[in-house]
Design a protein around this ligand. Structure first.
Ligand code: ATP
Ligand code: MG
Ligand code: MG
Length: 384
């Protein structure tokens, strides 16, 4: 069987490995962390930095095609690999998604609705920023995730202080929208440009981290269609091949694109249990030039993220320097017959770290949500 390459060893990569194995492929994973979940599931784990060219040469020699699960893989790494093997998605698409200035400029250039913003490279840029951007959110242009590298600012003075606290790194200043709710579209696009969208998910965050995803989203069918159309338009403009996640805000009933993820998305975990084809299998299919599978859902689904917080127990001595923790009582979840538990096999639990998730399936979306929220409370996840 052909061997596929995966850049990044996190849980998204691990699900890709599982999907690829199901279809008969082998997978090599490149990730510097010797304990990475995908690395452990893979046929071979190249434990090296993303810009280690000797490792990249090995990778290119051993793999038929390569994809990514980590949005911050250096664009130079993707460009280098593309000289030898197909790289999907392409380096330019990943480059746009990994830099908020490039991403929002792309949205603006293509007439795609987004929150007003300004690129900030200096204090002078903040002094010149329009008053409509306050109150706003200052976000570092690169390497932010789970709400890290962001500061909510009500005034120009606060924005300047925040910019300096980010060590004058390039940022965007974005208008703060009053959110009705948030949704996302995960889609797959193949090399011929055929696109399949999964049902739109509604996403609730807690402390800047995705907490609960509800699919289908409780918005109108018309709004769900518009979100899918916008996501398809973005994928086409990026010349995207693979699985793409697009996050949206809904504010005063209108859709605004928040950001794109050039990889499977946390809000698409539900597709593993609820859809004919998962977002990870679509990534394998698009990478290998196979026809995409059906993205239809068998049932409504609600996904709950399991963060390290519920492992953490400050009253107990930790097994090692990474902190105190104990395994949560999974019997509370096993007792729910329409709940699917997924644990990623991470060695160390830290508050805020994504350790696993569960998905509740029910024909009735309201029932799925009620069961999921009860299960969430039963294992000790607190409301914000
Ligand atoms: P992710 O983990 O999704 O990659 P991130 O760190 O890239 O997160 P964003 O998606 O930009 O961060 O923002 C995180 C959350 O903060 C959003 O999902 C939303 O709840 C809130 N938020 C961000 N920008 C705005 C805005 N302009 N107006 C209102 N709320 C916002
Ligand atoms: Mg992000
Ligand atoms: Mg986000």
């Amino acid at each position: 069987p052909a061997t596929l390459g995966m850049l990044g060893g996190g849980q998204l990569g691990r699900f890709f490995v599982l999907a690829a194995h199901e279809l008969g492929y082998k997978v090599w994973v490149l990730d510097p962390d010797p304990n990475s979940p995908a690395g452990k599931a893979a046929d071979r784990h190249l434990c090296a930095e993303y810009d280690d060219f000797a490792a990249l040469d090995q990778f290119a020699a051993g793999c038929a095609a390569v994809t990514t699960e980590f949005e911050n893989v250096p664009a130079g790494t993707l460009e280098y690999l593309a000289k030898f093997i197909p790289v999907r998605p392409n380096a330019d698409a990943v480059g746009i998604c990994q830099n908020r200035v490039a991403e929002k400029s792309f949205l603006r250039a293509n007439g795609i609705p987004h929150a007003a913003f300004a690129a900030i490279n200096s204090v002078a840029d903040l002094e010149a920023a329009g008053t409509e951007l306050f109150p706003g959110i200052l976000k570092v242009a690169r390497f932010g995730y789970d709400g890290k590298g962001q500061a909510r600012v009500t005034s120009r003075e606060e924005a300047i202080a925040a910019f300096q606290a980010f060590k004058n790194e390039p940022c965007v200043l974005e208008q703060m929208l009053k959110l009705d709710y948030e949704v996302s579209v995960v889609l797959a696009r193949d090399e011929q440009g055929h696109t399949k969208c999964f049902p739109v998910a509604e996403n609730q965050h807690s402390g800047g981290i995705l907490d609960v995803s509800i699919a289908p989203a409780r918005s109108s069918a018309c709004q769900r269609d518009s979100a899918q159309e916008i996501a398809e338009h973005i994928a086409a403009k990026l010349g995207y091949i693979g699985t793409l996640g697009v996050e949206f805000f809904v504010s005063h009933g209108e859709l605004y694109v928040n950001e794109m993820a050039p990889r499977p998305h946390n809000s698409g975990h539900y597709t593993v249990d609820a859809c004919v084809t998962s977002q990870y299998e679509q990534q394998v299919r698009a990478l290998c030039g196979l026809p995409l599978g059906d993205a239809r859902a068998h049932s409504a689904a609600v996904m709950v993220n399991l963060l390290g917080d519920i492992w953490y127990d400050a009253s107990q001595p930790g097994p090692d320097a990474h902190g105190a923790y104990r395994e949560p009582d999974w019997s509370k979840l096993y007792a729910v017959s329409n709940l699917k538990l997924h644990l990623y096999g991470k060695h160390h639990a830290r508050p805020g770290r994504k350790m696993g998730h569960f998905t509740v399936l029910d024909a009735d979306p309201a029932k799925a949500l009620a069961v999921a929220l009860a299960a969430r409370a039963a294992i000790g996840i607190k409301e914000e």
